[in-house]
Design a binder for this molecule. Structure first.
Ligand SMILES: Nc1nc2c(c(=O)[nH]1)N[C@H]1C(S)=C(S)[C@@H](COP(=O)(O)OP(=O)(O)OC[C@H]3O[C@@H](n4cnc5c(N)ncnc54)[C@H](O)[C@@H]3O)O[C@H]1N2
Ligand code: MOO
Length: 394
């Protein structure tokens, strides 16, 4: 039962969970942004035939550079079945197969042509010039994409060039998002006294979308224990990650912790020495992680960036899920009186950290323009202007 632990301890516990998604074979068209779960080996040589890198004339190299007689034309897509004779040349175009017997292509702008004869200056060229040899990109069996690579448009281009239609990856997780609170109203409805708009839901859905996670089931729940318990039970069946917002503190209507316990969620930790996000609860049920995020919107986003995001990235096979943050110098002196880790909304301006006004946990104003969060360590009481601080971008 870990309670009121440090940020470092919390991250160590989360890192040790080592929960990963099951691998899946996806069509190339659905693989963008996913991480490979095995290395990809080349199934063929690429290029699969010697071909011309230029529009020009293919010849058999000969230092003397005497004129050649042009006998054939080879277009891209053709399949020449002849052997180029001595003293002969073929008109050839970029990407067209170089015929047997030829080994060099002279670009047309270096050629003087008279009727069927071509002439060029052999001092400018060398044997093999402008011919893209079979297998020069890769040969059958080469590891072309290592395990743990994030599939980019470039990766897709490479795999397509190899004729690969499917790739083994870690898929995106199914996420359930449970929004608790009687006062929370969906956008588009007028607010009655005492009500507020649901900010946490749209913010988290946007963040998941940014991470390529589209499968998100949203539940809105009243602050009633039986209802929270029922929805948690459903969410645990339907998803890999369960995120909740609100109801995790100590008020009479905070039922989340009890509901998680009733559903057999094992507590990994509860309450951290941090601001915002002090009452964060993290639990596990078999291979599923549950994050009960404190309802204040700044706490929700801070806890997401610090704990949920890297856990999701790890599940999705990102080898750098828990990578160390970048360090930046802070623009001004900073003082802190309480022994808590602070996560502060910041902009990076001219390479320096500019802390934004309005750092209270209910206040979303700085999040409107922030580039990310800065971490002020638990034991730091005074930071001089120019001191290095860890920065976590969105
Ligand atoms: N006696 C104590 N009270 C509180 C403590 C404490 O230690 N002792 N901790 C405070 C801290 S720190 C936080 S953070 C909050 C967390 O409370 P809950 O997780 O129980 O969240 P709620 O009370 O349900 O809501 C808090 C706040 O956030 C607003 N909220 C909730 N959901 C949304 C949403 N979807 N969109 C926008 N805003 C939302 C809600 O209206 C409340 O204002 O507890 C402190 N209390
Ligand atoms: O997380 Mo609370 O928002 O620390 O105030």
């Amino acid at each position: 039962m870990k309670e009121f632990i440090t940020v470092t301890e919390a991250k160590t516990i989360l890192k040790s969970q080592r929960i990963k998604g099951k691998t899946a074979v996806l069509p190339l068209s659905e693989s963008l942004g996913k991480f490979t779960s095995s290395a990809v080996l080349a199934p063929m040589d690429v290029p699969s035939f010697d071909n011309s890198g230029m529009d020009g004339y293919a010849i058999a190299w000969d230092e003397t550079g005497e004129g050649r007689e042009v006998t054939e034309v080879i277009q891209a897509g053709a399949n020449p079945d002849f052997v180029l004779g001595k003293g002969k040349a073929v008109r050839i175009f970029t990407g067209a197969p170089v015929p047997q017997g030829a080994d060099t292509v002279i670009p047309q702008e270096h050629i003087t042509r008279t009727d069927n004869m071509i002439f060029f200056d052999s001092a400018v060229f060398f044997r093999g010039a402008n011919v893209r040899r079979r297998g020069v990109q890769c040969k059958v069996g080469w590891e072309v994409v290592p395990l743990g690579t994030k599939i980019s448009p470039g990766t897709i281009g490479l795999l397509a060039s190899l004729g690969i239609t499917e790739v083994e990856v870690f898929p995106s997780p199914k996420v359930s998002l449970i929004l608790t609170g009687d006062e929370i109203i969906d956008l588009g409805n007028p607010l009655q006294p005492g009500q507020i708009y649901n900010a946490n839901g749209p913010a988290l859905i946007a963040y998941l979308e940014l991470m390529g996670i589209a499968d998100c089931q949203i539940y809105k729940v009243k602050d009633e224990e039986s209802e929270v318990t029922r929805i948690v039970s459903e969410a645990l069946v339907n998803s890999d990650f369960v995120l909740l917002t609100g109801g995790i503190s100590v008020g009479d209507f905070d039922f989340v912790k009890g509901s998680l316990e009733k559903n057999g969620v094992e507590q990994l930790f509860y309450k951290l020495k941090q601001r915002p996000g002090k009452p964060l609860f993290v639990g596990r049920k078999s291979e599923k992680l549950v994050f009960a995020l404190p309802g204040n919107p700044a706490s929700v986003l801070s806890c997401f960036i610090q704990y949920v995001k890297p856990s999701l990235l790890e599940w999705m096979g990102n080898p750098d899920a828990w990578t160390e943050p970048q360090l930046f110098p802070i623009e001004k002196d900073f003082d802190k009186k309480v022994p808590l880790t602070f996560f502060l909304k910041a902009k990076v301006q001219e390479g320096k950290i500019h802390l934004l006004p309005g750092q209270e946990s209910f206040n979303l104003l700085p999040f409107g323009v922030a580039d990310g969060l800065v971490e002020i360590p638990q034991d730091a009481e005074h930071l001089e202007e120019g001191s290095s601080v860890a920065f976590y971008p969105w």
